[in-house]
Design a protein around this ligand. Sequence first.
Ligand SMILES: Cc1cc2nc3c(=O)[nH]c(=O)nc-3n(C[C@H](O)[C@H](O)[C@H](O)COP(=O)(O)OP(=O)(O)OC[C@H]3O[C@@H](n4cnc5c(N)ncnc54)[C@H](O)[C@@H]3O)c2cc1C
Length: 265
Amino acid sequence: MAGRLIAMEARLYAAAGAHDGRTWRRWRIAERREETRDVVSLVLRPLDDGPLPPALPGQYVSVRVRMPDGVHQLRQYTLTGHGADGTRRITVKRVRGAHDGEVSNLLHATAAVGTELTLSAPFGDVTLADLDTPLVLASAGIGCTPIVAMLQHLASNGSPRRVLLLHADSSRDGHALRQEMETLTDALPGAERVFWYEQDGHEDGQGRTGRMDLADVAIPEGATAYLCGPLPFMRHARAQLVAGGVAARDVHYEVFGSDLWLARS
Ligand SMILES: Cc1cc2nc3c(=O)[nH]c(=O)nc-3n(C[C@H](O)[C@H](O)[C@H](O)COP(=O)(O)OP(=O)(O)OC[C@H]3O[C@@H](n4cnc5c(N)ncnc54)[C@H](O)[C@@H]3O)c2cc1C
């Protein structure tokens, strides 16, 4: 059994392009872009010219950083973009509060063009399946990151799929990657979008006011849904999608932390 499990693990690493000791690679920040007050995107270029491990839309990398006390910390960040030149992008929200998040704040404070970071190969099984079913992509806050990767994949393939993009945020200014979400849905012939802003939505195409409410949103029949955001948001969106006719088995979700959702619902 041990032999079988070791072989299975080796196959998983190989499938992720992380075999032959290539799980961890060094990357250099080629560009830093302030998306909002609390969100920054980092475009990364590999330091070596070995083949890049493949990445599926929705996958994340682990970023390994050395903290000021010398301890190494790992955090996961979804890949929000790929350049034809081999660059990759992550988008990091600074976690603020009574206890500021360690790694996100360190990255915000220190990640500059030229800074080197250690990244794992891409992993994650909440990825967009290439089917022709209609899609509902629903996110809140920084949960937009896997959704943007999925939209990029659809747009780069010229997908004719019906796509309903739903996003909720505190404010229009705080909505990271908003312009990209708009450009990508504009480029997709079957896509429409609805945004909700708690503070400053307007019923003029700029976003609705308040929290996401799907009661009067037409959910496409036979849709597959992908959700990402805080747990209360995902519970609510999932319940409304299921009430709107989406099969529970077709609702996929990514949790940016330990997965306590099913245990609690
Ligand atoms: C699959 C996956 C993909 C992800 N993708 C993204 C992404 O694309 N973008 C993104 O920004 N994030 C993403 N995340 C989240 C990211 O990995 C980190 O969890 C996030 O950046 C916070 O890390 P941190 O080190 O800043 O916070 P941490 O230091 O780990 O703190 C986490 C939380 O604990 C609280 N806390 C810390 N210390 C204490 C204490 N002593 N007492 C009480 N509370 C405390 C903090 O306030 C914070 O709310 C993803 C996570 C996963 C699992």
